[in-house]
Design a protein around this ligand. Structure first.
Ligand code: ADP
Ligand code: ZN
Length: 435
């Protein structure tokens, strides 16, 4: 049983008391690492400064740059002999960092994943195919240990090799899949190539999608394509990996497991807290990690706390779908753009297929944004005029979202190479101003 009712539905006041106790304990532990000891000495703060949960705001933030500065061992709070695993972040943005785990950390992490999976209906009778990359990427081993802990038959398929994935799904009657959203969309195009329909030919019922931002439209599409209910899964290597926040059957925001994480949302410019329901940067403090507890870690992920209680009865706060990383934003003609704004428009248009890319260039000293959009195969069997109308419709829809007119190029299915790992949505070829 992985319905941890006592913890998951703990009254908020008790949950807060548990958090404070764990926070104080974690601070003492963190201060045994060379990095935090130096940092806190320099800032003139100590564990004694934290008497309430709000006091956490007196402590400095930890950033990705800190992890780089302390690479590889300076955040460790245990002897190296106690460490049983390391994961390195996938390095989507800049140099990689490393995170260490004790056996206790690995067990806690598995427990969180088991909790998430059970919450969404996974049971021992299920067959779970993990299509996440194994190795350094935490989606592989992270989900794997959790699924085994729950007692589900776990197929460590890894990512890629789509025809073999589909064969596994048939042969083992897979019921639950886990993938990054861009791979799930790609996989669907392989089904189409093979003349198969997952809804008709397979036994899938649940899909976990995470590790990349995606829109509500994309979720509904994947649900429709595969005949599954899709649950959003959020995590980052610095806080284990997946299992930090996960959707419940309500599919309305992700419960962030507050027995293990202290949640803050801040304005990334002023660094002041923002109220619930307002967007900001998620800041997390690990409350139960042994090897490498991070305090006030700036995730750079943009989200908000959803106000109100969840009808499922769980008391842990919910965060909204991640809008993107603060550094995903790019500026075109003076307008701030997030790739997810483009995706939201595209996935709402039925003729649009499963992939797209944003290319930024400089022409005559001006920014030019081109959106290359993969169409569904049947679109290209129509006449040229129909294509032009469609292109115009997409351009108009993008313009009303972005407030400037991008170029739109329609491309055939399979025009983009299969991505290795997370999708690259934006290619920026623009000239940089010489400083
Ligand atoms: P990297 O920072 O190199 O990508 P990770 O593999 O640790 O390393 O990725 C964690 C990041 O992935 C998060 O900080 C977030 O930006 C993104 N992410 C994870 N889950 C989701 C999700 N469900 N929705 C949107 N973004 C996500
Ligand atoms: Zn809920």
């Amino acid at each position: 049983m992985y319905w941890e009712k006592e913890i998951e539905t703990m009254p908020v006041s008790e949950l807060k008391a548990l958090q404070l106790q764990r926070l104080q304990h974690t601070l003492l532990r963190a201060l045994t690492s060379p990095y935090y000891r130096r940092m806190y000495q320099a800032e003139g703060v100590s564990a004694d400064d934290v008497r309430t949960l709000a006091d956490v705001q007196r402590l400095p933030f930890t950033t990705k740059q800190d992890l780089r500065n302390g690479y590889p061992y300076e955040f460790l709070t245990v002897a190296k002999e106690e460490v049983v695993r390391l994961h390195s972040s996938s390095g989507t943005t800049g140099q990689a960092t490393v995170i260490f785990h004790t056996a206790h950390d690995i067990a806690d992490w598995a427990n969180l994943i088991a909790r998430c999976m059970y919450m969404t209906g996974a049971r021992k009778s299920d067959v779970f195919q993990n299509m996440s990359g194994y190795g350094m990427f935490t989606g592989g081993l992270g989900f794997h240990y959790g699924a085994e802990k729950l007692g589900v038959l776990t197929v460590p398929a890894g990512s890629g090799n789509s025809k073999r994935q589909i064969q596994f799904m048939k042969d083992f009657s897979t019921t639950i899949i886990h993938a990054i959203p861009s791979y799930a969309l790609h996989l669907f195009s392989v089904f189409a190539e093979l003349g198969m329909e997952p809804k008709r030919d397979l036994h899938l019922k649940i899909g976990y999608l995470g590790a990349e931002p995606y829109t509500e439209h994309t979720r509904r599409r994947v649900e429709e394509m595969f005949g599954v209910r899709v649950y959003n899964s959020y995590g980052l290597s610095e806080m284990y990996g997946p299992g930090v926040a996960f959707e419940c059957p309500e599919q309305n925001g992700m419960h962030i497991w507050e027995d293990c994480f202290l949640v803050e949302v801040i304005n990334p410019q002023t660094l002041e807290p923002v109220p619930d329901g307002e967007e900001g940067e998620l800041v997390l403090t690990a409350l139960s990690r042994e090897a490498m507890p991070l305090i006030r870690y700036r995730t750079r992920d943009l989200t908000m706390i959803l106000p109100g209680e969840c009808p499922c009865g769980r008391t842990h706060k919910r965060i909204a779908r991640i809008k993107g990383r603060s550094d995903d934003m790019f500026i075109v003609k003076g307008v701030n753009v997030f790739p997810m704004q483009v995706e939201a428009v595209l996935m709402g248009i039925p003729e649009v297929g499963t992939n797209y890319q944003i290319v930024l260039e400089t022409q005559d000293f001006m920014d030019v944004m081109t959106v290359k959009v993969e169409m569904r195969g049947e679109v290209f069997t129509g006449d040229v005029k129909g294509l032009q109308t469609l292109q115009h419709r997409i351009t108009t829809a993008l313009k009303s979202e972005l407030l400037f007119t991008p170029h739109v190029t329609l491309v055939e299915p399979g025009s983009f190479p299969e991505a290795q790992g997370k999708a690259v949505r934006v290619i920026d070829h623009r000239m940089r101003n010489e400083e």
